[in-house]
Design a protein around this ligand. Structure first.
Ligand code: FAD
Length: 388
């Protein structure tokens, strides 16, 4: 045991990994971070359109999806959005609330990476970039060997922080799941999430139209914009729904959340076509699409009771079937991951393997769109770094 080089090796220099590294190092631990990209924090850099939506001030356990909805509570309580905001302020990074509690950097997401690197530097964390981990093995209780393309490193503790499967082009790999499997830890099914959905029906002519709407499935609903694409739907409301969607559950869309369409139709004026009438509260292209889809080519005053009901349904309760997602290459996160049954919720330690920890996106805890996933990265990173 004496020969071990580090107290902690962190696999993955992303949001969770860097946070856990300086948290442990501040407590006097010798910490090594191993990152296979040539620089750390690439997902942070591309996040939030280059401005990193680094937390959400309304973060609660209800904003996360996991087989165990209570699992995230302890870590979120140990390190809160307010704690992260204090850190950001202490580094004099200007930020603003865009909407719904979502905090973004005013200038650049690179400032968040610089902040994490500065904290690592101050606490003497060693960081190896362009170094790819291929395997982790146990060399005794609380002793691990980490194989890389450059060298074999040893440590008493290993924190697995190598993320999920989304955006392989900026470094995602399945290493975290392979390490879990090797140590006999279960994982839940994984799939792309916070991602655009591919519809069974195509919306020719609507691609590019964005409207404020309510998207709902299985008892959850989100009111934000939806965006028609060539293959289906995107936009914040649909990305949120993708966390809950399954091929067997239809998604319903209310295209006019603030309008009592039935009432408007009752007081309709004569002499205009259905499409023209609908364009009072919908973009022209959407109004035409709805009228054509239901073959309402005539005058609004000619609609009978049944047709009015059908029209109201088409606008307020449009039921859509999606057949797929746009895949990991376009997904902000991976839903599912290392089973929370296997981990201690206070410390993120694997219950069966002393010294092995899993944090961030590799764990079966997935946040809503809006800064929640980074908050999970900071909080779970803190919990592990503080426990070692
Ligand atoms: C385009 C995009 C925009 C996003 N915007 C936001 C946002 O604004 N707000 C928000 O809350 N969330 C956002 N997210 C989600 C957020 O980025 C992730 O949830 C978060 O980065 C997860 O942190 P992590 O540390 O667990 O994983 P990651 O940040 O993915 O870090 C894992 C690290 O491990 C490294 N790695 C992988 N395999 C190996 C290996 N074999 N050897 C060595 N290193 C390895 C990777 O290169 C990577 O650096 C966005 C995601 C994407 C893709």
């Amino acid at each position: 045991m004496k020969g071990l080089t580090y107290d902690v090796i962190v696999i993955g220099g992303g949001a969770a990994g860097l946070f856990s590294a300086f948290t442990a190092a501040r407590r006097g631990k010798r910490v090594l971070v191993i990152e296979h990209n040539h620089e750390v924090g690439r997902k942070i850099i591309v996040s939030g359109g280059g401005r990193c939506n680094f937390t959400n001030i309304h973060t609660r356990a209800e904003n996360f999806i996991s087989k165990n909805p209570h699992f995230c509570k302890s870590a979120l309580a140990q390190y809160t959005p307010e704690d992260f905001v204090s850190l950001v302020k202490s580094h004099k990074i200007a930020f603003y609330e865009k909407k719904l509690g979502q905090l973004f950097c005013r200038e650049s997401s690179r400032q968040i990476v610089q902040m994490l690197l500065e904290e690592c530097r101050r606490s003497r964390v060693t960081i190896e970039t362009s170094c790819s981990v291929s395997d982790v093995s146990s060399t005794g209780e609380h002793a691990f060997a980490v194989e890389t393309n450059r060298a074999r490193f040893e440590a008493r503790n290993v924190i697995v922080a190598c993320g999920g499967l989304s955006f392989a082009k900026i470094g995602a790999s399945d290493l975290g799941y392979r390490i879990a499997a090797k140590f006999g830890l279960k994982r839940t099914d994984t799939r792309p999430s916070l991602v655009a959905l591919v519809a069974r029906d195509k919306f020719a002519g609507l691609a590019g139209v964005s409207i404020d709407a309510v998207a709902a499935t299985d008892n959850v609903s989100f009111r934000e914009n939806i965006l028609f694409t060539h293959r289906g739907l995107s936009g914040p409301a649909v990305l949120q729904i993708s966390n809950y969607w399954s091929p067997t559950s239809p998604v319903t869309i209310d295209l006019c959340p603030d309008v009592d369409v039935e009432e408007s139709l009752r007081s309709r004026s004569n002499g205009v076509s259905v499409a023209v009438f609908l364009s009072k509260f919908l973009p022209d292209r959407v109004a035409r699409h709805i009228a054509e889809r239901a073959s309402f080519n005539g005058n609004i005053s000619d609609l009978n009771k049944g047709e009015i009901e059908e029209l109201v349904g088409a606008i307020k309760n449009w039921e859509l079937r999606f057949i797929d997602t746009e895949g990991y290459d376009r997904a902000e996160v991976t839903l599912g991951g290392v089973s929370t049954d296997e981990l201690n919720s206070k410390t993120m330690a694997a219950k069966k393997v002393p010294g092995l920890y899993f944090i961030g996106e590799v764990v079966d805890v997935t946040g809503w769109l809006g800064g929640y996933n980074f908050q999970w990265a900071w909080s779970s990173g803190y919990a592990a770094g503080n426990a070692i």
